[in-house]
Design a protein around this ligand. Sequence first.
Ligand SMILES: NC(=O)C1=CN([C@@H]2O[C@H](COP(=O)(O)OP(=O)(O)OC[C@H]3O[C@@H](n4cnc5c(N)ncnc54)[C@H](OP(=O)(O)O)[C@@H]3O)[C@@H](O)[C@H]2O)C=CC1
Ligand SMILES: O=C(O)[C@@H]1CCC=N1
Length: 267
Amino acid sequence: MIVTKILLVGCGKMGSAMLAGWLERGIRAADVVVVDPHAQGLPDGVTVLGDVDLLSKTFIPDITILAVKPQVMAEVLPAYARLAGQTVFLSIAAGKPVAFFRRHLGEAAAVIRAMPNTPAAVQRGITVCFAGANVAQEPRALAQSLLEAVGEVAWIDDESQMDAVTAVSGSGPAYVFLLAEVMAAAGVAAGLPADLADRLARATVSGGGELLRQSLDSSAQLRVNVTSPGGTTAAALAVLMDEAKGMAPLMTDAVAAATKRGKELAG
Ligand SMILES: NC(=O)C1=CN([C@@H]2O[C@H](COP(=O)(O)OP(=O)(O)OC[C@H]3O[C@@H](n4cnc5c(N)ncnc54)[C@H](OP(=O)(O)O)[C@@H]3O)[C@@H](O)[C@H]2O)C=CC1
Ligand SMILES: O=C(O)[C@@H]1CCC=N1
């Protein structure tokens, strides 16, 4: 881990998930400063400031994570412009392109746009990064090392792919949690007690995910392995794989809607 000082701007759901992952992986709480007006219950040892004006001029972060909502980013950024040239900015905001940050932080600012996801809290995230053309190798390595602490990291050269990335892996955990929710509800509808249905859904989604992670088989093959000809799974899949209203067209529409929303958040 080559990261030394981290400034985390915004410590809500995603910021706190990453922070939890970093601390779990041995990043020292004393090396993290959080700016968030309402952050509560942060781990011991992490410095929390309600306002960036309270940030000591002697604290020069190696990396500044911008983790506020895209809708407030424009009003938040000017206060951080003084750090440009001394830090690399890593934005995790949906939709906002590198050019947006350079407009608000100064054209010379080194900006990496990243899209993590909340499994970072248990070191099982995946983050996709795109670096502005002026970002040197060292800050890229710094971002890589910090993000690797909480999961996988991939880089893209084409920033226009980032909204689709967001729609698949940034938002994706919500789709998986929804799957667990609706499986449990369907179990209740089929006659199971709620607590058992919830336990079955949770164990099945997480167990299936772990098998997918460890197996060399494709997800399609793992599905086939469950499906006995003429059996129960085949009956369910006939519904779920309906070409017109099964999971594939539904997921295609959902990912398209999220991608479109990302583009709307760009400005
Ligand atoms: N949630 C997720 O799964 C993911 C989110 N993201 C991105 O991460 C960013 C944060 O999302 P999320 O964590 O869900 O949102 P949250 O609203 O949970 O977190 C944002 C935090 O920023 C705080 N905040 C507001 N204004 C300021 C300010 N001026 N300075 C510092 N902090 C401030 C908010 O406080 P208050 O609530 O009091 O306003 C809040 O605690 C977004 O840009 C989102 O697109 C990216 C990947 C996944
Ligand atoms: O819903 C959102 O906009 C953010 C970005 C990806 C996940 N959460």
